[in-house]
Each structure stands twice: as structure tokens, then as C-alpha cells.
Write a protein that binds this ligand. Structure first.
Ligand code: IMP
Length: 409
């Protein structure tokens, strides 16, 4: 069975933690998109792991993880990350497989990425990891793939400094690289977890273009970026946070920017540790945007959501969610494609009552405070997507499912 997990908003929803959780019952974890721009934090008991390129499934003992062809890989970052997790007691040798069709991020790409952004009329606020340059070269057919390290035509066309830089990684990658299509065919009867990066609203096609990343962050990307094709995807789950965050520039209709809203944003930022794992930048905070979420549910064909961070509202008298936008005096119920419209819309907020008791203490749906259950039902009804599971704190044990993830819907 193939289970896809993606971010339903602008990334940082808690995907890493959920992938780690689902990995326990998976045979294989394949990351299908993005690069070292992503940052996944996983807490297991008293240890905190931060991964960027390596699939979050690596923390589960004995699991094989795959860096798919949809990824762009900086080999220096990859081996640094592996060394770091090895120093934290994770034995990764023999468990990391790399698609030989994945593209490489070469040293010059990072500064090029930053320079391009500085000169843009509308800077995106890139993480500066060379991701846009690598995907750009891929699209213009000038990229360098893992397989190309052994292709004399491509290898000899590289600059001497790139060859010198790549040489030490070549030997190490030789034992990790696979033809992913063959590998997935051979593993087709296994339980496979397909891990996305970023979030639907940062997707190159469906996100708030041009303020997006350059990979495919929606679930369809799993078909391409993991070499399996669309008919083999059995289930798609989207992780969402009970409020909205965004790092970098771009429209954010429900951003908390006025008066008391800023106070609330600061409170949620501190409670939720909303600072970028990759860049340390404070994340922008907003009200949960159900208009965007409904759109995300559709473009990802989500079977279910995993709701995270609802526990942050424990003790609040109420919480507000966005149920429509106002555009030039008219109410609209769709997520606009035009960026100027998206920058101009005002959120129409609906206030929902808070609850007695703690979501943080819940370990089953029945444990959830009644008021929190009502909020969940409101989200489900509005978006048409049921909530299948909950993350109510940073630890593995603070997670529970209402629906079994490894069954075909
Ligand atoms: P890039 O992918 O580094 O070019 O960044 C493009 C945009 O996507 C910037 O606004 C980044 O802040 C954002 N971005 C990239 N990766 C992530 C992520 O993993 N979480 C949240 N935002 C991200």
C-alpha cells in the first residue's frame, strides 16, 4: 500500500513528526520532493532530531528511507545531516537509498539563488539553499543528476572546482544510488510511506505563485517524484495546523497584523515555537484559513487531515477561523489565483467557542473536550475532508488516529 503525507498549508504543519509516527508501520519511506530548504523536527523522548533532506522516517530503527527523483540533493548537506544523526545514536548505514534520477545542488547554486532573489522585483524570501536554481536547471535540461556523476560527457563538462567538490561524494553515493523505478517495482507489495515537503500553498502549480517553492508539494508529486505513477497512490493525508503560518514573502489573507491580533500571534509563536528549522526566521502567524484549506483538500485529493497544534488553544475562550474572503466589497468563497487579488482580500472570520479541559491530554477522539470536537466537526463540514488523526504535542506519544492510516479508502 502507498500512503502519501503532505502539508496542507504553507509547510511547517508538523509533517516530520507524523512521518516519523507512520514510519513505525511502514516498510519503506520515500521522500518525493524538495531539498534542504525543508526542515523537519522530530522529538523522541528526550532527543530532538532535525532533518532537512533525509526522510523523517530515518529515526525509526531499521527502516529503509529513499531520496526520490523529485528531490534536489546537496550531497554536502546530506552527509552532514547523516553525520549529525549518527552522533545522536541513529545507525543509518545501509538504510539510505538515493534515486539516481534525483538532481544535485552544486556549490554555486546557493549564492546564485540568493542573488537572483535580491534582484527580483518581487523577492520571494528564498531559504537560499539553491533549490530554485537546481529545479530551474532541471527544467531547462542543464541539471546534473546523481547518475551523471558516472557519465563522462556530463562529468567532463563540469568545472574543475565542481568535479573536485563532487569527487569525495561519488564513492559514497555509489553504494546508495538505485534506479528508483526498478526499486519501487521490486518493493511494490510493501507498505510504502510517501513523504512530501513544504505544503500545498507553496506548490509550484497550486501555491501562491510566484511566492512558492520550486518543487511539487502536492500529493500528485508522489507519483512522479517517487517513480510509481498515479494509479498506485492508495491514500493521501494532509497535515494541517489549527492556525496558519508562513515563512518568507507572499500573500497571507488571514495574517494577524492588527492590534490585539499581533498579541495573539506573538502568543501562538511562543507556544508553538514558530521559528524556521532551516533559517531560524520567525514564522508569520494567521487565523486558520478554511477557504485555503478546502482548496488544499481538493488539489491534494485528500482522504483525510491530520490536525496538529489544536492543543495550543487549550484555555482560550474562543478561536477564530476564516470562512470566506471579501474582495473589493464582495464576499467570495474560493482561493484566488491572481496574486494581486490574494493580497487584497480581507478574511471573513467566524468565532468559535473554546472549551473546558485539555486537547493536550487527549489520546483518543473520545478524550477530546466537547468544544474541541465541535471545532473539528466545523472544519470537516466546511472542507468536506474528515480529520483522521491528531497531533496534540511534540512527542510521538502525543499522537493518535481516529481512522486507521494503512487501509485503502
Ligand atoms: P526556496 O524553496 O528556498 O526557494 O523558498 C521559496 C519559498 O518557500 C520561501 O518563502 C521559503 O520560505 C518557503 N519555503 C521553502 N521551504 C519551506 C519549508 O519547508 N517550510 C516553510 N516554508 C518553506
Amino acid at each position: 500500500m502507498n500512503l502519501v503525507v503532505v502539508g496542507a498549508q504553507w509547510g511547517d504543519e508538523g509533517k516530520g513528526k507524523m512521518v516519523d509516527y507512520f514510519s513505525e508501520d511502514a516498510d519503506l519511506v520515500v521522500r518525493f520532493s524538495g531539498g534542504a530548504n525543508a526542515g523537519h523536527t522530530i522529538k523522541v523522548e528526550d532527543k530532538t532530531f532535525a532533518v532537512h533532506l533525509i526522510p523523517a522516517g530515518i529515526i525509526s530503527p531499521g527502516k529503509t528511507v529513499v531520496l526520490g527523483n523529485g528531490m534536489v540533493i546537496d550531497p554536502a548537506s546530506m552527509f552532514e545531516e547523516l553525520a549529525k544523526i549518527a552522533s545522536q545514536g541513529i545507525d543509518w548505514e545501509g538504510r539510505v537509498v538515493v534515486s539516481d534520477r534525483a538532481h544535485l545542488v552544486l556549490p554555486g547554486y546557493k549564492s546564485e539563488d540568493r542573488t537572483i532573489d535580491e534582484h527580483r522585483a518581487r523577492p520571494i524570501g528564498t531559504t537560499g539553499r539553491g533549490i530554485g536554481v537546481a529545479y530551474g536547471k532541471k527544467a531547462s535540461r542543464d541539471g546534473v543528476r546523481v547518475a551523471d556523476l558516472w557519465d563522462p560527457v556530463v562529468w567532463n563538462a563540469l568545472s574543475k572546482s565542481d568535479r573536485d567538490w563532487l569527487e569525495p561524494f561519488k564513492e559514497r553515493l555509489a553504494s546508495m544510488k538505485v534506479n528508483l523505478a526498478d526499486f519501487m517495482m521490486a518493493n511494490q507489495d510493501k507498505r510504502i510511506l510517501l513523504e512530501g515537503a513544504q505544503g500545498a500553498l507553496l506548490d509550484l502549480d497550486h501555491g501562491t505563485y510566484p511566492y512558492v517553492s520550486s518543487g511539487i508539494s502536492t500529493s500528485a508529486g508522489a507519483a512522479i517524484g517517487a517513480s510509481i505513477g498515479p494509479r498506485r497512490i492508495d491514500k493521501c493525508l494532509g497535515v494541517l495546523k489549527a492556525y496558519q503560518t508562513r515563512v518568507g514573502n507572499g500573500p497571507f489573507p488571514t495574517e494577524m497584523v492588527d492590534g490585539n491580533d499581533v498579541v495573539l500571534a506573538d502568543k501562538l509563536r511562543e507556544l508553538g515555537h514558530e521559528y524556521g528549522v532551516t533559517t531560524g526566521r520567525p514564522r508569520r502567524i494567521g487565523f486558520l484559513d478554511l477557504v485555503a484549506l478546502k482548496y488544499s483538500g481538493w488539489v491534494n485529493s485528500l482522504d483525510g487531515f491530520i490536525l496538529s497544534h489544536l492543543n495550543l488553544y487549550d484555555g482560550f475562550e474562543s478561536l477564530s477561523v476564516c470562512t470566506a474572503y471579501e474582495l473589493d466589497g464582495e464576499e467570495i468563497d474560493y482561493f484566488p489565483s491572481n496574486i494581486a487579488d490574494l493580497e487584497r482580500v480581507k478574511p471573513v472570520l467566524q468565532t468559535l467557542p473554546g472549551w473546558e479541559g485539555k486537547v493536550a491530554d487527549a489520546r483518543t477522539w473520545e478524550d477530546m473536550p466537547g468544544g474541541a470536537q465541535k471545532v473539528v466537526e466545523f472544519i470537516e463540514e466546511f472542507t468536506g475532508v474528515p480529520v483522521h488523526g491528531y497531533s496534540v504535542g511534540p512527542l510521538r506519544k502525543e499522537t493518535f488516529m481516529k481512522e486507521e492510516p494503512w487501509t485503502v479508502s
